[in-house]
Design a protein around this ligand. Structure first.
Ligand code: HEM
Ligand SMILES: *[C@@H]1O[C@H](CO)[C@@H](O)[C@H](O)[C@H]1NC(C)=O
Length: 543
């Protein structure tokens, strides 16, 4: 009716034009406001950071002046960070002038580490999603849970959720569990892997040891968390494991591609097209990305598979005797959703990290054959084939050399080489450096482990450094973080890595396949790259 009415049509055209104009003004004001606010906040931050030295490098004291260097060094990012900050307890990298969340401090000093992780714990927490595209996609993949939840003044509930999750998840790390379930599983899965490696030896085939360790840690975790048998180490595919890997890899690759668009959408487009978390533009960007779609469909597989495992657990007549995490939590009355989420976060925290530790340990053992022989001697003396390793027999006092080998690998190749927190209030660091709110503050286990003041000849792999053993201060050696949010799985990781090392080394000797360039790339997980691929190829030999 209205379409036949010339007056109505003029009226609606007029309305449309006014609306559009109104939105245009509203949108422009919004973007201008955002830019002015960002510019003001950044200028204030720059002022407060005036006396903090910039990282070393031409142009690094200008906003985003380090970006060019970062891009050309992306294949050696941790060494680059060490180069540009070595010898300075705190160094700054200023971000873009319109973006307050990109100003960063790089920390190499134990007092400052203690300050941000313990003494002023409540001021520093996980980054704000709107400033950190990478973190946004991690959360997109994992949902809420212990690995991403904020604490302190940066969180709405002052960290209550985090505290609860921490309390609940720490239950699986009981002494009883270490001495029974974990002990059994690590030995059994290490034996499975060892037999696989011996077959490769007999057939004189090369093995990708890194992939083997990723399979080993997955197989162990599937049993400990889900009570589910998994044998990927001998090539049996596992649905949950495969979906997890697919989701994680695609999440990461999509996140890397999305950093620039995310910053542009959230700053330069008005609501609802842009703004917080990139608005509709980001939503569309994600939907159009094959990587993001692949990640989402892998997440659906994870969810379906987890539901199946929960149902199977509920129906299990043996439930009261089961000791895996799923069974413990189902019996304690937690909801399926809660348990599924919890397991996802524990896997992301514990699986790759431990596989990386093992990979780097064996990388160093193959480079340092004398160390490998010396370790073999200790193992044959204390835990020869047929004997069962446990928490006690694997301790630093019983097997000091083994312990030294593992700590050297952690020192030189920390699985989390760099870890960033965001300040949510103004602060002053020990030494007097100012930290404006929203500054990112990153501590560097990689840098600290290679400081010649702490470790003479830092590049040398020398297990004797750790004999006799005193547990290093977590602030000097923040490989597992420190303070109230220190890694919950440290003992589990050490136990797992030591058990596997003993089981493999008492039967086999390892030699690196020639011509592999090894770098520690830009991933949280390691890159032992050979010929551009992420693999670590070895020959398995007899002693
Ligand atoms: C060598 C192996 C490992 C290393 C180097 C490592 C390192 C770390 C680091 C640096 C953090 C702090 C992350 C952050 O808040 O930014 C962390 C947290 C955590 N780790 Fe580990 N981790 C390892 C193995 C494990 C294992 C095997 C588990 C058990 C499944 C585990 C469970 C956790 C949990 C639950 C948190 C979060 C704690 C919290 O926020 O309160 N980790 N780990
Ligand atoms: C690891 O597991 C995957 C999935 O089962 C398999 O395709 C791959 O061959 C395994 N790798 C090694 C080195 O055992």
């Amino acid at each position: 009716m209205a379409t036949d009415d010339p007056k109505g049509s003029v009226f609606s055209k007029h309305l449309a034009a006014t609306t559009l104009l109104g939105y245009g003004i509203f949108g422009a004001l919004q973007v201008i406001y955002r830019l002015i606010w960002g510019w003001k906040a950044s200028s204030r931050m720059k002022g407060l950071l005036k006396d903090t030295p910039a990282t070393k490098g031409a142009g690094h004291d200008a906003p985003a002046g380090w970006l060019k260097d970062l891009i050309s060094n992306r294949d050696r990012i941790h060494d680059w960070r060490l180069d540009i900050s070595q010898g300075q307890p705190v160094s700054k990298n200023l971000g873009f002038s319109w973006h307050p969340g990109m100003n960063m401090l790089i920390v190499n000093d134990a007092e400052v580490v203690r300050h941000i992780l313990k003494d002023e714990f409540n001021k520093y927490t996980k980054s704000e999603l709107r400033y950190d595209p990478f973190f946004f996609y991690i959360q997109d993949f994992l949902g809420d849970g212990i690995f991403v939840v904020k604490h302190g003044v940066g969180s709405e509930d002052r960290g209550q959720d985090w505290g609860n999750m921490r309390k609940v998840s720490s239950q699986i790390f009981s002494r009883k569990n270490f001495n029974s379930l974990m002990n059994e599983v690590f030995i059994e899965k290490a034996e499975v892997l060892r037999r696989f490696l011996q077959r490769s030896r007999d057939e004189q085939k090369q093995v990708d040891l890194q992939a083997s360790f990723f399979n080993f840690t997955l197989d162990s975790i599937m049993r400990i968390f889900f009570g589910e048998e998994s044998n990927t180490a001998v090539g049996v595919p596992n649905v949950y494991g495969k979906a997890f890997d697919t989701a994680q890899a695609n999440m990461r690759n999509h996140a890397v591609e999305s950093i620039a668009p995310y910053l542009l959408f959230s700053t330069f487009l008005p609501w609802p097209f842009g703004g917080q978390h990139g608005g509709l533009a980001r939503w569309l960007w994600d939907r159009l990305s094959r990587k993001h779609r692949t990640m989402k469909s892998a997440c659906r597989v994870l969810d379906r598979e987890a539901n199946r495992l929960v149902q199977k657990c509920r129906d299990d007549p043996q439930l009261p005797e089961r000791r895996d995490l799923l069974a413990l939590f189902i019996q304690a009355g937690f909801s399926a959703d809660f348990v599924k989420q919890m397991v996802l976060h524990l896997i992301i925290a514990g699986r790759d990290t431990t596989a990386c530790l093992l990979s780097w340990t064996f990388y160093e053992l193959t480079r340092n054959q004398d160390v490998q022989s010396r370790l073999h001697e200790e193992i044959m003396q204390k835990l020869p084939p047929g004997s069962k390793p446990d928490m006690k027999s694997l301790s630093a006092s019983e097997m000091p050399y083994l312990n030294g080998v593992i700590y050297e690998a952690l020192r030189l190749w920390p699985p989390v080489p760099f870890d960033v927190k965001m300040a949510f209030e103004d602060d002053v660091l020990p030494g007097g450096w100012k930290v404006p709110a929203y500054t990112q503050v990153g501590y560097c286990p990689y840098n600290m482990g290679r400081d010649p003041q702490r470790y003479p000849e830092p590049e040398t792999f020398r297990p004797e450094r750790w004999i006799p053993f005193t547990t290093p201060s977590p602030y000097e050696f923040p490989v597992f973080q420190a303070g109230p949010r220190v890694c919950l799985g440290m003992d589990m990781a050490l136990f797992e890595a030591k058990t596997a090392t003993v089981e493999l080394l008492r039967h086999c000797r390892f030699e690196m396949v020639q011509e592999q360039t090894v770098t520690y790339g830009d991933k949280i997980t390691l890159d032992i790259k050979s010929n551009g691929k992420e693999e670590f190829l070895v020959h398995v030999r007899d002693w």
